[in-house]
Design a protein. Sequence first.
Length: 89
Amino acid sequence: MFSFLFGFVFSFIQLLSQVLTLAILARVVLSWFSPVPTNILTKMLYQITEPILAPLRRIIPKVSVFDFSPLVAVILLQLISFLLFVIMP
């Protein structure tokens, strides 16, 4: 029972990591096209990704007009996913 729950939690965290990575990448691509802030898809992407990106923006300064927080967030999410894959028995 415990190993099933353990595996379920790890699988859920990995799935969440992949979904968040895709949402961040979608937000980056969307930012290249001047998104309409009232669009429901844009609002949804911002609501999903902002809790992850906002703390990173406070730590990582912008370099000119470039915001590297999405890149750092994707790297961290992929690192977490990889570490969970390695740890998982």
